[in-house]
Design a protein around this ligand. Sequence first.
Ligand SMILES: Cc1cc2nc3c(=O)[nH]c(=O)nc-3n(C[C@H](O)[C@H](O)[C@H](O)COP(=O)(O)OP(=O)(O)OC[C@H]3O[C@@H](n4cnc5c(N)ncnc54)[C@H](O)[C@@H]3O)c2cc1C
Length: 411
Amino acid sequence: MSEAMMDFNDSPEQANYRMQCRSWLAEALTDFDGRRPHFPDFDVPEVMAAARAWQSRKAAAGYAAISSPRGYGGGGGSRIEQEIFDQEERASPAPFTDVFDIGLGMALPTMAAFATPEQKSALLPPLIAGRDIWCQLFSEPSCGSDLAAVRTRAIRDGTDWILDGQKIWTSYAQHADYGLILTRSNPDVPKHKGLTCFFIDMRAPGVEVRPIVQMAGIAEYNEVFFTGVRVPDAQRLGEVDGGWSVALSTLMHERTLGGAGKVRGLTIADIIEGARKLQIGDVPALADGAVRERIADWWIDMEGIRLNYYRALTLLTRGETPGPEFSAGKLMSGRQVQEMAAFMLDLSGPSAIDIGDDSDSAGLAMEWLMAARRRLAGGADEIMKNILAERVLGLPVEPRLDKDIPFRDLF
Ligand SMILES: Cc1cc2nc3c(=O)[nH]c(=O)nc-3n(C[C@H](O)[C@H](O)[C@H](O)COP(=O)(O)OP(=O)(O)OC[C@H]3O[C@@H](n4cnc5c(N)ncnc54)[C@H](O)[C@@H]3O)c2cc1C
């Protein structure tokens, strides 16, 4: 069997593309020593510099936003090609570029759908090339799952809008140049009908970003405060009070980001490797029947997640909109990574407590500490279950008693 035929899920064209990606990655990564932290901390200048350099290199070769149009700095390819490249990149020691994920995965498609041609020409190429970082300013202290309840006010003032309020959980806001923001423009109508979306300059007067340090010692997300922030109406995305449909489009792309098996993290291969090294008594843990049974269960789940993810991708390539497929994948993969990390920590024993070095057990401890966030980011587990209950199982929808009441009267 030739090397190009090894990935039996690929068509011959896809197998060729995969080999092309693999050889480009091997060539482009000869400069990198392959040493990476367990998790990227983009507050560390070297980590950020490596991310920007790698992103720019991918952009120059057409691999930075493969399925986006060439005119804006994308690669002009298909979603499947993007997926193939992502798989190969994840298997390589490429520098982490998570700090660009929101820009590429959410801001780019939202801007492509709602911004003017001039805005796209000005803003998308630097986003794709890793010069500009974008963030998503949706969640607030009093709304996350119930996103339509945002309170950050946008009040019209001539050709501008004035923004006041607070966002929270805003990933990478401390590094961001631009943000997509969902605001309350009209409190006199039901909550979904009085929202307006904008893109904003994160360095505009009145924007204050306060990083939140997580239990693993990294500050990935932030509180962001808006005090009299002036935003030109030209930066509005979609209709006045029509922000909910813009937000839904962004959220659909968010689901494809963390949807299923796409996120980096512990893999079955890592677990097998770890169980081979760790001992139970004086035999490798991998020889233990109970350990093997757990690994087999996870492998089966992972296959389900993977195939389900491909089903969703197939819908996307046909121009259809996947929904519950991504919810199922997100629900299963978030839970699984957390379970696998906890299991491996148990096997590791006391050495797992030390997270301060580059050892395997330190990596596991970080995996475990960071795993919980997957079960909230991009939609909490319970929300995924609600979607599956309603859209797959056909169970009665959740009562939504507030949907016809003016937002102002809800409190
Ligand atoms: C790592 C990370 C990064 C994030 N990055 C961003 C970002 O960049 N930008 C951004 O805007 N947001 C971001 N978020 C926020 C994320 O979208 C929210 O945390 C998520 O939507 C949940 O909202 P919440 O935290 O307000 O929890 P809540 O909505 O208050 O939920 C609290 C609990 O109640 C449960 N619950 C809520 N409603 C229901 C219901 N109807 N039925 C059953 N159970 C329910 C939830 O499942 C959860 O367990 C991020 C979150 C994390 C963890």
